[in-house]
Design a protein around this ligand. Structure first.
Ligand code: C2E
Ligand code: MG
Ligand code: MG
Length: 564
């Protein structure tokens, strides 16, 4: 019986020696006892001796071993043929996909060994991937095709409903592509399309999708945009502008330089679930509008988004002109002591817009910050304030007045903030001891050390620092402990109801106590009534600002001496 088995095994082995399948047998203790040449080649290379008597499980990729052992155990129990797909390791450490088939050799009801065949699936996997590529990717540009885009879009719309963030699709269509195709041939056209695909991919973030719908139509799908629609629209606008500029750069087609522009139609999707078909239709309609004005532009489907981004673009251009043409002015609001005498002022920025009238900071500071424009604006404010201090210093009736200016977080965080501030003060020749800089906690977020260095540098020259809007931000006691400050400014939201809301009263009272015990002066802003002032005074506050003592107004409206 044993001899017959051996003989059949030998024949089996012979049969498999040159077969494209690996064949091996395992002894009862799971060591490789026989293996054909193909099997040797698959697992280790050339030398059969190196592989005999080794444990086959060691060639199975570690993450697949559990499945492998389960299959072997099953085969030993029932004597049936079993198979599974798993990864095997080559001698060099690389892995390949394989199908294992195994049958247990049964002797007297127990397993005396195992026959295993290995089929290399590498080629099949490659084919499968190739097929997937053909089905989901565009063969010319290698970008996702319409099918894959629709699939991802479906996914993205559901995600947005859940997260409350926005996504956007932008349909991008080349202007005048047909002319190129007709005059320079399809090769030139194909070349351009491939290059456009590559350029688009560079313009977006790694998790965004760039797809080709066909012809000269591409789509980018953006995800993770702001939850606030106008903010999301301006993010889309920024990316679209980058795309337009990138696609406008010259292309080299053969020896020729070629220039092309594109039009973009965009639509947002967000909290409300929209169908994928509708979204593409909307973006297409927007694209049609972009083409209608001559191309090389972005158009939104949503009219209100279009208005918002247009308004911002206009405001942006206006801001630049406004600074060149001296349209900004400082208004001054008095700050008084407990006896009602003026001790200083806060400078508050206003924009005399040529068509929209007088604008308050809330209407333009956020955009100025976003565009980095706040730096020039802040320097303008500082310079104007210094000039005012110099003017006051000439008159004994005003020479003692201090001036507070507001510094935005963006300015404060700028590397050269301290040096530039000192430069301007010296240039104008103002007394730094009369200048107070107001900043908010957001300015120091994340980098207290650096903030301390800046504040120390400026305080060494006599400038003073006030923490504005205190109480509504993080109101971190650690900041208070570490920052070299001079003043706390209680936010006016606590003052407003200080007489009617016991919680506001308690908070205002505590801030005053806290400030005093830290050796800081405390000023209340937004004081509108005598009763509010009296209450704050009773709590220990000694400095006030608000409509009760004067609204902000241009310097021309001031009488010659604030005491009069
Ligand atoms: P802020 O520094 O907290 O300024 C106080 C704001 O409260 C001013 O508004 C002022 O007009 C208003 N206010 C003063 N007293 C009262 C009052 O009794 N009742 C009420 N309801 N309001 C009062 P404004 O001028 O619109 O300024 C708003 C914010 O814009 C300022 O808040 C400040 O953060 C910022 N800002 C103003 N000027 C500048 C500037 O030159 N640069 C920067 N970066 N920001 C500025
Ligand atoms: Mg302020
Ligand atoms: Mg304030």
């Amino acid at each position: 019986m044993q001899a017959a088995l051996e003989e059949s095994r030998d024949r089996y082995l012979d049969l498999y020696t040159f077969a494209p399948i690996g064949y091996l047998t395992l002894s009862a203790d799971a060591l490789i006892s026989e293996i054909n040449l193909t099997g040797v080649g698959m697992l280790i290379g050339q030398d059969r001796q190196k592989i005999l008597q080794r444990r086959f499980a060691l060639f199975v990729r570690p993450e697949d071993r559990k499945r492998y052992f389960r299959m072997i155990a099953q085969a030993k129990r029932d004597g049936e043929r079993h198979s599974c797909d798993l990864g095997l390791r080559h001698g060099d450490g690389s892995t390949f996909h394989a199908q294992l088939d195994c049958v247990s050799e049964m002797a007297g009801g127990t397993s005396s060994g195992m026959r295993i065949t290995i089929t290399d699936l590498t080629e099949r996997k490659r084919m499968e991937m190739e097929i997937e590529k053909l089905a989901f990717y565009d063969s010319l540009t290698r970008l996702p095709n319409r099918r894959l885009l629709l699939d991802r879009l479906q996914h993205a719309t559901l995600t947005c409903v859940r997260t409350g963030l926005h996504g956007a699709i932008l349909i991008i269509d080349l202007d005048d592509f047909k002319t190129l195709n007709d005059t320079q041939g399809h090769d030139a056209g194909d070349h351009l399309l491939r290059e456009v695909g590559q350029r688009l991919t560079i313009c977006v973030r790694a998790f965004d999708t760039v797809a080709r719908l066909g012809g000269d139509e591409f789509v980018t799908m953006l995800e993770g945009l702001s939850g606030e629609p106008t903010e999301a629209a301006s993010q889309v606008k920024a990316i679209a502008e980058k795309i337009l500029a990138t696609l406008n750069a010259p292309y080299l087609l053969g020896a020729e330089e070629y220039r092309s522009s594109a039009s973009i139609g965009a639509t947002l999707f967000g909290k409300e679930l929209a169908s994928v078909k509708d979204l593409l239709k909307r973006a297409d309609l927007a694209l049609y509008r972009a083409k209608a004005v001559g191309g090389d532009v972005l158009r939104f489907f949503e009219p209100e988004m279009q208005t918002a981004v247009t308004a911002r673009a206009i405001l942006d251009a206006d801001l630049r002109r406004g600074l060149q043409e001296d349209q900004f002015v400082l208004y001054y609001q008095p700050q008084v002591n407990h006896e009602g005498q003026q001790i200083g002022s806060e400078a508050l920025l206003r924009w005399k817009h040529p068509t929209r009238g007088l604008l308050s900071p809330a209407e333009f500071i956020p955009l100025a910050e976003e565009k980095g424009f706040i730096l020039s604006l802040g320097q303008w404010v500082l310079k104007a304030a210094c000039l005012q201090l110099v003017a006051w210093s000439a008159d004994p009736g005003t020479a003692y007045l201090t001036l507070s200016i507001n510094v935005s977080a963006y300015e404060f965080r700028h590397l050269t903030f301290a040096t530039r501030t000192l430069e301007i003060i010296d240039q104008v020749g103002a007394d730094p001891r009369k200048l107070m800089l107001e900043f908010t906690e957001s300015s120091i977020l994340g980098n207290v050390e650096e903030a301390i260095v800046k504040i120390d540098t400026l305080r060494a020259r006599g400038l003073r620092f006030s923490l504005d809007d205190f109480g509504i931000g993080y109101s971190s006691l650690t900041y208070l402990k570490n920052l070299p400050l001079d003043q706390l400014k209680i936010d006016r939201s606590f003052i407003r109801n200080v007489l009617t809301n016991p919680k506001d009263a308690a908070i205002a009272g505590s801030i005053i106590t806290l400030g005093k015990s830290l050796g800081l002066s405390v000023i209340s802003e937004g004081v509108e009534t005598v009763e509010q002032r009296d209450f704050l005074f009773a709590q220990g506050c000694r400095e006030f600002q608000g409509f009760l003592f004067g609204e902000s107004s241009p310097i021309e409206n001031w009488s010659s001496s604030p005491d009069s």
